[in-house]
Write a protein that binds this ligand. Sequence first.
Ligand SMILES: N[C@@H](CCC(=O)N[C@@H](CSS)C(=O)NCC(=O)O)C(=O)O
Length: 659
Amino acid sequence: MASPTLLKEKPPKPTSPTLTALGSGKLRVTWAVPSAAPPVEATQVQLTDVGTGKKWLIDLTGALVSSGRTSFAPSRTEVNIHGVQDCVEYAAEICCRNAEGFGEYSMSSDSVANIDAKGQIGGMQLVIHEGASTDVPVMVPQGDGKMKVRWTLPEEAKQTIVKRHGVKTWPRLIWLRRVGNQNWYLCTGGAIAAPASETLATGLEEGIEYEISTLHAFSSAMGCNSGKSLEAAPKMETIGNIIKDFPVRLPALPGDVLISGNLPTEVVDQLAPHCKGWLYVNPESDPHFMGETIKSKGSSLKVVPFKPSKDLAPAVIDQLVSAVQDLPRPLMIQCTSANRAGIVLLLWMAKTRGYSKGCVEQLVADLQLDTVRPEALQWLQQQLPSLTPAAPGGPLVPERTEIRQLFDEESSTLTYLVSCCETNEAVLIDPVLEQKDRDLHILKDLGLTLRFVLNTHCHADHITSGGAIRQRLPVQTVISEASGAKADRHLQHGEIIEEARATPGHTDGCMTFVLKTRNATFAFTGDTLLIRGCGRTDFQQGNARLLYENVHAQIFSLPGDTVVCPGHDYKDRCVSTVEEERRFNPRLTKSKEEFVQIMDNLKLPNPKKIDVAVPGNMMCGVQDDPYDPLAICKDCDQTEAMFLVHRFTRDNHLCFGQK
Ligand SMILES: N[C@@H](CCC(=O)N[C@@H](CSS)C(=O)NCC(=O)O)C(=O)O
């Protein structure tokens, strides 16, 4: 009998890479290395300018090159690229090499661009400009990467006034794309609160042709940011005309989700080609249902009849959430009067982000969901948890057990239990002394071994339970070096692969911990960034300017769908997203000088426990000599504190401690 031979092949195509815009000149590519026999020895990353087709390899420093050190170790799954042009769309492809040679390149990633030269994250900026004309706007190049966009302003446009963020605006969206690009991007600028007929687009490339698209006349723009790219955004001028007189609501980020009530056939006829997905939440027997028309236009249609009632089967909620999650974008959610469609949109946002009741109220107000009725909203709130200390675990991302949010009512502190479902090891972020027993019980109930207690900063309103816990368990306490506080491990900015970000301002030692899991990215912002607020800056080396700069540079630069996990909330809200805070934070959306004014005039009373909390936390709650197990990560030769975050980033999965 012939002896079996080992199959030897070049590596298969890696699964599609993901490209993320990181702000001016920077992109990040992540990928997965396929299993191969013989095993993969190296990976190569290729970047393409989608408009011109020009290709580069990426070297080990993240530079665009045509040759050089371009082989990444097989353990690498991401690289930050620098030196790319803003407003230019790029796509990435990956190929792997083993002993048999190079395999084929992967499929291209989705194309991505940084939309302006000021470091804004690609495509995530909402701009509303005044006007309601159907004219074709004029583009007037200004040199230096700038282009004036002009339009005429008909008299009736002045009647179309919308109140957004407490400011009257005359809605008009100006979209720009480089000829050859697939995606439309909003022009940079701010909401124009007075009649105007031009705006200035910046950060463009000289000698490159751009085209323009406009949207006008919707009575109340709203929606959500899913952090998805704007790919396949509908032709704005066309949709603008179609929806003018109908109950269609466009999201703040087109290309994503629209909601609507009943529409006449001719409107569905025109709208359906622009919507790749269509979720209908009335029964198919509804006389207004236009399933055949929708399908005939190539839209992917799903029907999930939905009426908010206390008897609604949980399976229907699951079906609705999955439908919104999975249907292609742009997605239309349609009911009779855009009430239930709005509720479905909110339900999806709440369930996929783990919002509590209070978050939803905030969002409805911010997004001006004017078609959603109070009784329907009440039903939605009944489906969501509130922040109560009695809850065994918090509401955050309930379907993903890796992160639990816990609440201390007395100090309104949000503590996070982050655990690994494989090793059953855990870290606690910002735990409160008075909740030590609750936290130890949860750890015991869940069979978790606590390894680290992380503090985002030296708190002034409560004492960390780190010191007390480490007297009971072999854990290490961790805080920033800059805090000056005593701890087993000290962190410095950038020390641990971009994940511990120094964000001084509330205190000089504040850090934001960024954690990428398989499902989402989380930013534990401590008191630096709160939901629609931020930490005070009037004691403990507080500095409003620094806080403003750090939130913008270190937190607002994260992808828009990053879940913001703050250290406190005083209004029963639990989480937010980077994009929501970029758009709706009443303090941090202001100019730096206005922000400083606001912070200088908060006139808050001192936290009740400041006199005991600060000295206690300077000891990190530690009363005796630091515990010092010199555990070393077998993979990376770093100490455990380094290992912790090393594993967060490399595997997108929490896993630490000795195996
Ligand atoms: N009333 C609380 C303290 C409330 C407070 O000052 N919170 C701080 C974070 S804890 S130091 C803060 O920065 N608030 C910002 C804001 O805008 O409210 C107590 O007595 O403990």
